[in-house]
Each structure stands twice: as structure tokens, then as C-alpha cells.
Design a protein around this ligand. Structure first.
Ligand SMILES: [Zn+2]
Length: 153
């Protein structure tokens, strides 16, 4: 969970510095995906593999979809190019290199819709995964059966 703590610290730090909290939250949500074991394809079309083109995002396909493949994914989200660019940026870039990002409310709303859709689609799978159940068991151990410190060492 070390990566999570670093990420969380960076976000808090940037909020403190006056960056847009909604944008930071969205960056956090995109960066959390790999911490959760979710890897949407964001650097090329998730269907045909082409790195160039006009892109949309699709939770169904698990990544970005290029204009050549639009017809192959009827569940794509029909986002503006601007929103897709930011989603890709949020997923890929290094937080410590964050510059001033000025994002229109309309774009933020659209990005939020994409992130929420993605989380809705995959959190179910995640919750059902054995890994998660194992982790839950561990948490249970930590919370309930924390060994008592022996008196006198
Ligand atoms: Zn494609």
C-alpha cells in the first residue's frame, strides 16, 4: 500500500497549494486504478492497438477506442476529445510534475461520468475477486485479533 500513501500525500499537498480539488480527486481516482489492479489501456486503442487517431473512452472495452473502432464498441461513452485527453493525462503523468490545470466545469463533469462508469463496471469484479476477500480477511485479523503486548519484556 506504499504507493497509495505516496499518492494520497501528493494529492493532499497539492490541494493545500490551491490546485482544483475536483481535478486532483479525478487524478487520484485514475491513479488508484493500478493500485487496485485495474489497467485500462490508455496509450493506444484498446481494440486495434493504433496509437494515433481520435479517441473515445470505454469502460466496456477497458480503455480508449480509436475512431476506426467506434463501431465495434456500442458502449463507448461518447466523450469530447478534450475529456479523453485529460483522462489519459491523469492516468499517465507524474503527479510531482503537476502544472496549473485549468479545466472547465463541463469537462470535469464529463470526466467524472467516465470515471464513475469505470469504477461501477469494475468494482463489482474487484469485490468478487479472491484477492480482495483475502485482503478483507487480513484486515479482519488486524482489527480484531491484534496481538496484545505482553507485559514486561
Ligand atoms: Zn482502434
Amino acid at each position: 500500500m506504499n504507493r497509495f500513501i505516496i499518492l494520497f500525500y501528493q494529492i493532499i499537498h497539492h490541494i493545500d497549494e490551491g490546485y482544483d480539488p475536483q481535478v486532483l480527486t479525478q487524478i487520484f481516482e485514475m491513479k488508484m486504478l493500478s493500485v487496485l489492479g485495474l489497467y485500462p489501456t490508455m496509450d493506444r486503442c484498446a481494440i486495434c492497438g493504433q496509437p494515433e487517431g481520435r479517441f473515445d473512452f470505454s469502460a466496456y472495452t477497458n480503455g480508449i477506442v480509436c475512431h476506426r473502432c467506434f463501431e465495434r464498441d456500442k458502449y463507448r461513452l461518447h466523450l469530447t476529445e478534450k475529456s479523453v485527453k485529460l483522462l489519459r493525462l491523469f492516468y499517465i503523468f507524474q503527479l510531482d510534475r503537476l502544472g496549473n490545470i485549468d479545466v472547465k466545469q463541463e469537462t470535469k463533469d464529463e470526466i467524472q461520468r467516465a470515471i464513475d462508469t469505470y469504477y461501477e463496471q469494475y468494482s463489482g469484479l474487484y469485490l468478487k475477486s479472491k484477492k480482495f476477500l483475502n485482503n478483507m480477511k487480513n484486515w479482519d485479523d488486524v482489527l480484531k485479533d491484534r496481538p496484545k503486548k505482553e507485559d514486561g519484556d
